[in-house]
Write a protein that binds this ligand. Structure first.
Ligand SMILES: [Cu+2]
Length: 506
């Protein structure tokens, strides 16, 4: 109904305009056409001048009124080291284009007024003028040169070539040390990766991408072992950051508006930029506090005002598909102490999601740091047992010696702990041991007894094969006769299935 009314109104308007035209025509015929034409020209020309003044004043007033919506003004201050120079470049561009804008508008309307049609005046015909050509070529060329050179200067700050002695570190200290992080865009999110304590991002291969390996990390590359995948970007204030940017499907764009950095994420072609955050999230919030537009309650959390809930953000600045809007991640800039505390809570993706699974190439072996950790653990337990006085405290349980299900075959990972024991036996050459196997109470007691004996024997055989004299070792199975926990729960039964050794003499 509304649409119909509007259409009817429009038709009516057209009819009225046509009628007015006809009336004017008739009036002109009555009054004499030339005189009417001339008066009309004068009126139109003065309208031009009025329009010019109103339009220019409105342009300036609206630019001033909306200045807080522009980059670099009001609450939109830059939060990175180079951000200020980028905003300055915008200002310079605005200054020059502003002059051109005002001059061209004034001339356009002034000429329209000055050269309105007048009786007896003939247009001047200028076919060619070299001087004019030169002037309007040189002036824009000079201005453009200033703008382009200034722009290149800022661009080189963002795209700074990494110096040769550049070092990537998770916690940078020296001037030439960067934090190197990685963002991979896909439909529709960012997958973030930090290098872990070694400061180096591990290699990737797109063929390795699957459900458990979203970035196609090559697990045989040890630089990948400590890399972690956080859900937000957290960075310390005042440290240089290099962001490596890639995409997994289509074009995306890694955009950190508050830091004035923005770069395409291209499948198959890693890009990067460098920036140094200069204000922590908290400092930026405090600077927003004075602006009325940030003193409103946050619609999502009415208890708080908008400045309190403000966060820096990472957005995708490429229209990459229907879920494009959801490619947002929070960026937190914090003090070095907070950054370190946050790092403490991050878990290596490999160790938490891949280690021991079918896609782990090191499934059947221990990694160097695990070997040394477990050796430390074993040595500590042994020292404690050796220095203990009570006989009960002389028994040590193997924590990592395991057997294949229902058999007495040692698993491949068991040898590491047994090797620790071999080393200890070589170190303390008077030490003699009793090796004992235990089971839980499931199954037949007699076969449990036999199985536990076989398992103690397997350990005995391993140790003697490593050159330990057989008169230093005895072995026997206790079956289910000596539980250390309840046999009513899974956890209890697991504790009861164990192999241990007792120090007889030392
Ligand atoms: Cu995107």
């Amino acid at each position: 109904m509304t649409a119909l009314t509007i259409i009817l109104c429009l038709i009516l308007l057209v009819v009225i305009i046509v009628q007015i035209g006809k009336v004017t025509e008739l009036a002109a015929k009555i009054r004499g056409e030339e005189e009417v034409q001339e008066r009309s020209n004068r009126t139109q020309a003065s309208y031009m001048m009025i329009f010019m003044v109103v339009f220019l004043v409105a342009s300036v007033v609206s630019a001033y009124y909306y200045k807080n919506w522009m980059l670099g003004y009001g609450p939109h201050a830059a939060a990175s080291q180079h951000g200020g120079s980028l905003d300055y470049l915008f200002d310079i561009t605005l200054f020059f284009t502003g002059i051109v804008f005002i001059v061209t508008q004034v001339l356009l309307f002034y000429f329209a007024w000055k050269y309105k049609s007048q009786k007896g005046r003939v247009a001047k015909f200028v076919p060619h003028d070299n001087r004019l050509e030169v002037i309007w070529t040189i002036i824009p060329a000079v201005v453009m040169t200033f703008l382009v050179v200034g722009g290149l200067d800022v661009w080189n700050e963002v795209m700074a070539d990494i110096p040769e002695d550049y070092v990537s570190k998770l916690v940078p200290e020296a001037e030439n040390e960067y934090i190197e992080i990685e963002g991979t865009g896909y439909q529709f999110a960012w997958h973030l990766r930090y290098p872990g304590p070694d400061g180096k991002l591990g290699t990737r291969n797109f063929r390795k991408i699957d459900a458990t390996n979203p970035l196609g990390q090559v697990w045989t590359d040890e630089k990948n072992i400590d890399d972690f995948h956080p859900s937000e970007i957290v960075l310390p204030v005042g440290k240089k950051v290099r962001v490596r940017i890639t995409a997994r499907d289509v074009l995306h764009n890694f955009y950190l508006p508050h830091f004035r950095v923005k770069m395409d994420a291209i499948p198959g072609l890693p890009t990067y930029f460098v920036f140094t955050p200069e204000k922590t999230t908290e400092e930026y919030r405090q600077s927003l506090r004075e602006y009325p537009e940030y003193q409103q309650p946050d619609p999502e959390d009415p208890e708080k005002q908008l400045w309190e809930t403000f966060d820096y953000e990472l957005a995708c600045a490429e229209l990459c598909g229907s879920g494009h809007f959801s490619m947002r991640r929070v960026v937190r800039i914090v003090s070095m102490e907070e950054y370190k505390a946050w790092l403490e809570n991050q878990q290596s993706y490999y160790l938490s999601s891949i280690r021991g699974s079918d896609s782990d190439p090191f499934k059947d072996q221990l990694l160097d740091f695990e070997i040394s950790e477990r050796k430390q653990e074993f040595d500590d337990a042994l020292e404690q047992a050796l220095s203990a006085v009570e006989q009960n405290a002389k028994t040590i349980q193997f924590n990592y010696v395991n057997f294949e299900e229902g058999s007495a075959d040692l698993t491949s990972l068991s040898k590491y702990e047994l090797d620790n024991l071999v080393e200890a036996l070589n170190k303390y050459d008077n030490m003699t041991l009793e090796l004992a196997g235990h089971t839980d109470n499931t199954g037949d007691p007699d076969s449990n007894m036999a199985l536990s004996d076989d398992r103690a024997t397997a350990v005995y055989n391993y140790l003697t094969s490593k050159g330990i004299s057989d008169n230093r070792l005895t072995h026997l199975g206790y079956g289910q006769t000596r539980p250390v926990d309840t046999n009513d729960t899974d956890a209890g039964r697991e504790k009861n299935r164990r192999t241990e050794f007792k120090i007889l003499t030392q």
